[in-house]
Design a protein around this ligand. Structure first.
Ligand code: HEC
Ligand code: HEC
Ligand code: HEC
Ligand code: HEC
Ligand code: HEC
Ligand code: HEC
Ligand code: HEC
Ligand code: HEC
Ligand code: HEC
Ligand code: HEC
Ligand code: HEC
Length: 487
């Protein structure tokens, strides 16, 4: 069956060579040149595209001069942008592609020109990359064909011809690293790709093919806010990933995490995207030792405190990741006091109980109590400050001080990571002192308000009595005067 198919395919090719009226092919076949050799397996040959469709000329003339004359539109060997323009004659023309029965997209030339490879080459006369740079000129086959230079197993090499060439790349952008291929080969993607796995990510699956843009370009597939969707196009596609033994929930979990909300909804570029934790080209799950380093690049204080804490050795011995054990990786949520303590939803209870690691158990209970008391102390002070303010009392100084209590609460949340109840209670103590001072001042202001209100009531009463008696006095004088005039 297979052999039959091969023979019939060969016949189609032969037909277009020997029996067709294409004199370019006939004569060049006799010359035995390389382009014609390669063209035999070219997808264009099988679709009836001829030499003249790219090079121009008259394919019906067997006379060399006439066939390859300028008058017949012969352009010779195209150079620079003329190459891509020759391809675009068909590949940017939907009607023309349809006439060959093709439904391929027709945007390659347009997107290539606006891509980073559409910038001018150093010589300044043409774009950096032409169609043939990645696809070749003769012997072009479908990207799905293992012989194609852009097939998933070959594309890395194709990109690396330029991107691993330090001398070449320096002439464009000296700050651009040239280690992508090298790093890629150390990633899970790269190692599997080298073994023939066509489904893992390669250069084009993360960067695109014709629309490749600088990583700093908002439209780039690897721009921080677009990257999760790029990784997710495979990693959250359960059907695509079904032959692999890993979960497909990373994007979903990440999107609803503090990090995902900060990045994708608030466009906070300080929040991590997938590559902040996994690396760009070396994409691998961070190992047990490197996770805290990854988190620590942004949460430096937490990581430092953790490293000096009793948990450092304990977690190393248990071979547990330092941050992920309590916070998770993709689903990290805002940290609250709930994480702390001995209740079932707290993280501490997983390893500490009255029987096991009891010291930590007591510390956890105490720390939770302290954290809660600062939180409620701060809330009560805040409520009183608000009340005094509403009543129009001057309270700005106490209000300002309250910021120190809030600061202490934030500091305490970080100080948790020392896992030392003394250090923790020092910070909480600072906050509680401030909160109680503010509470006292705000209470005094509210009391003052009521005092003044009582004072005001008495004053009003006195004034009213005075006014009434004044009125009565005037009336009396008036009456006296009236009597006097009548008399
Ligand atoms: C009768 C033989 C003959 C025919 C017909 C013929 N060619 Fe050629 N062609 C040659 C020879 C011989 C050369 C190499 C000599 C030269 O460089 O001028 C050549 C050279 C070329 C080159 C390279 C030109 C360069 O500047 O290096 C191209 C491209 C080419 N032919 C395309 C075509 C196309 C397209 C057709 C049909 C429209 C065609 N040829 C028809 C014989 C032929
Ligand atoms: C799909 C378009 C296309 C077709 C079809 C095509 N060529 Fe070319 N050819 C090119 C381009 C583009 C170049 C420029 C060289 C490059 O970019 O690699 C080229 C270069 C050449 C050269 C110069 C030598 C070289 O290798 O650079 C010759 C000779 C040539 N073609 C002959 C032919 C012949 C003969 C045919 C038909 C059997 C043919 N070409 C079909 C696009 C085409
Ligand atoms: C930087 C390398 C590069 C350049 C330059 C390039 N391509 Fe591609 N092309 C690819 C890759 C990689 C694919 C594989 C498909 C994919 O991964 O999306 C591809 C796929 C294609 C396809 C299959 C359909 C599609 O769009 O996926 C066509 C047709 C194509 N290219 C035509 C062109 C044309 C025409 C040009 C010039 C205007 C061009 N290519 C320039 C890398 C390139
Ligand atoms: C005369 C029209 C024409 C010209 C000119 C032309 N092509 Fe094509 N090309 C086609 C057709 C038709 C197909 C087959 C489309 C299909 O299978 O759906 C094709 C297929 C391809 C494919 C395979 C796409 C895939 O993955 O299935 C690539 C790559 C490609 N062309 C690149 C080029 C390049 C590069 C040039 C210029 C050097 C070029 N083409 C010039 C008509 C043309
Ligand atoms: C002909 C050489 C060449 C080939 C082949 C090539 N590139 Fe490039 N690429 C460049 C040059 C030169 C630049 C730098 C442009 C600049 O910044 O001035 C570049 C820039 C880039 C950038 C942007 C870097 C940044 O953040 O500024 C990415 C991403 C990229 N290329 C990916 C690829 C991929 C993926 C492939 C393979 C499909 C590929 N390139 C093939 C030459 C090439
Ligand atoms: C798993 C996805 C992925 C793969 C596969 C991948 N890249 Fe990247 N690439 C990225 C990310 C993410 C960035 C950085 C974005 C940033 O800096 O914010 C990047 C950056 C780049 C840059 C800019 C310079 C740099 O190194 O930061 C170039 C050039 C580049 N990649 C080329 C390539 C080439 C060539 C390949 C194939 C060997 C490749 N990439 C494979 C995701 C990928
Ligand atoms: C083209 C599809 C595709 C894209 C895009 C892709 N990956 Fe992958 N990735 C895979 C496949 C397939 C595997 C192999 C699964 C395995 O290791 O069993 C894999 C493996 C991984 C692994 C190793 C998992 C393990 O435990 O073995 C990590 C980590 C990873 N990818 C992260 C990323 C990140 C981060 C991105 C985006 C920057 C990304 N991937 C983009 C397909 C993809
Ligand atoms: C805050 C850091 C961080 C971010 C952001 C992150 N990851 Fe991970 N990821 C990890 C850690 C840590 C592991 C290791 C889990 C383990 O070994 O138990 C992991 C594991 C993985 C794995 C292996 C399979 C699994 O689920 O355990 C894949 C695949 C993966 N991540 C993909 C992604 C993708 C895709 C994104 C973006 C949507 C992403 N990661 C964002 C830290 C992160
Ligand atoms: C690229 C920097 C970066 C990396 C790497 C990073 N984070 Fe974050 N993280 C942030 C930013 C920014 C926020 C604040 C998001 C917001 O709330 O707007 C945050 C928030 C958090 C929060 C919630 C803080 C709160 O106030 O409740 C926790 C918990 C957290 N990260 C833990 C981790 C862990 C664990 C890791 C490693 C697996 C990690 N982060 C890696 C930047 C990072
Ligand atoms: C044993 C459990 C545990 C471990 C391990 C742990 N944390 Fe925490 N983390 C907590 C608790 C409890 C809180 C405080 C919650 C609260 O009271 O609001 C917290 C709060 C946070 C916060 C928010 C407060 C702040 O400092 O901004 C960040 C960020 C954070 N952790 C990052 C990390 C990082 C990074 C690591 C690894 C170096 C790590 N955590 C390891 C339990 C843990
Ligand atoms: C993954 C298990 C695990 C988790 C979760 C955990 N611990 Fe621990 N912790 C340990 C181990 C193991 C030790 C060391 C054993 C020991 O010295 O008692 C330890 C030691 C401690 C110590 C030092 C006790 C001493 O001997 O001085 C304190 C304090 C402590 N943990 C508090 C906490 C708090 C608070 C939490 C929750 C935020 C927590 N731990 C969560 C495993 C854990």
């Amino acid at each position: 069956m297979k052999r039959l198919a091969a023979i019939s395919a060969l016949l189609v090719v032969c037909a277009s060579y020997s029996f067709g009226a294409d004199e370019c092919v006939k004569c060049h076949q006799l010359l035995g040149d390389k382009p014609t050799q390669l063209f035999k397996k070219d997808i264009h040959a099988s679709k009836g595209v001829s030499c003249a469709d790219c090079h121009g000329g008259n394919p019906r003339s067997d006379d060399m001069e006439r066939a390859m004359s300028k008058a017949a539109g012969f352009i010779g060997v195209p150079k620079g942008d003329a190459i891509s323009e020759a391809c675009a004659k068909c590949h940017a023309d939907e009607a023309k592609m349809k006439s060959y029965g093709s439904a391929l997209p027709v945007n390659q030339w347009k997107t290539l020109q606006t891509s980073v490879h559409g910038k001018l080459a150093v010589a300044g006369k043409e774009h950096i990359a032409q169609c043939t740079t990645c696809h070749g000129a003769h012997g072009i086959v479908s990207a799905k064909n293992p012989a194609s230079p852009v097939h998933p197993l070959n594309v890395v090499k194709t990109c690396a011809t330029c991107h691993s060439n330090a001398v070449y790349m320096r002439s464009y952008n000296p700050s651009l690293p040239v280690d992508q291929n090298e790093k890629y080969r150390t990633s899970v993607h790269g190692m599997r790709n080298a073994k023939g796995d066509t489904k893992v990510a390669e250069c084009a699956s993360c960067h695109g093919a014709h629309d490749i843009r600088s990583a700093k370009d908002l439209k780039s597939k690897v721009y921080a806010t677009n990257l999760p969707a790029t990784c997710g196009s495979c990693h959250s596609n359960a059907e695509y990933m079904k032959e692999y033994d890993i979960p497909t929930d990373q994007l979903e979990k990440f999107s609803s995490s503090v990090h995902g909300i900060a990045l994708l909804q608030k466009h906070d570029l300080g929040a991590p995207a997938c590559n902040s934790c996994h690396g760009n080209h070396a994409a691998t799950p961070p190992g047990v030792e490197s996770i805290s380093k990854v988190c620590g690049t942004c949460h430096a204080l937490n990581a430092d405190l953790f490293s000096a804490s009793p948990h450092k050795r304990a977690f190393d011995d248990l071979q547990l990741p330092e941050c992920e054990t309590c916070h998770g990786n993709h689903e990290i949520v805002a940290a609250t006091n709930e994480l702390l303590g001995t209740a079932p939803e707290a993280t501490c209870g997983r390893c500490h109980s009255e029987e096991d690691n009891a010291k930590g158990f007591q510390a956890a209970a105490l720390m939770r109590l302290l954290a809660d008391s600062l939180e409620s102390g701060e809330q009560q002070a805040q409520r009183l400050v608000d009340e005094a303010e509403q009543k129009g009392m001057e309270i700005s100084e106490a209000k300002y001080k309250l910021r120190d209590a809030r600061q202490a609460r934030l500091e305490a949340r970080t100080m948790v990571h020392a896992f030392d109840s003394d250090k923790f209670s020092d910070v909480i103590g600072k906050g509680l002192t401030v909160a109680s001072t503010v509470h006292g001042e705000a209470q005094a202001a509210v009391d003052e308000y009521y005092f003044r209100r009582v004072g005001l009531g008495i004053a009003t009463l006195i004034i009213s009595v005075l006014v009434v008696s004044l009125y009565l006095t005037i009336r009396r004088i008036e009456k006296k005067q009236q009597k006097a005039t009548v008399l």
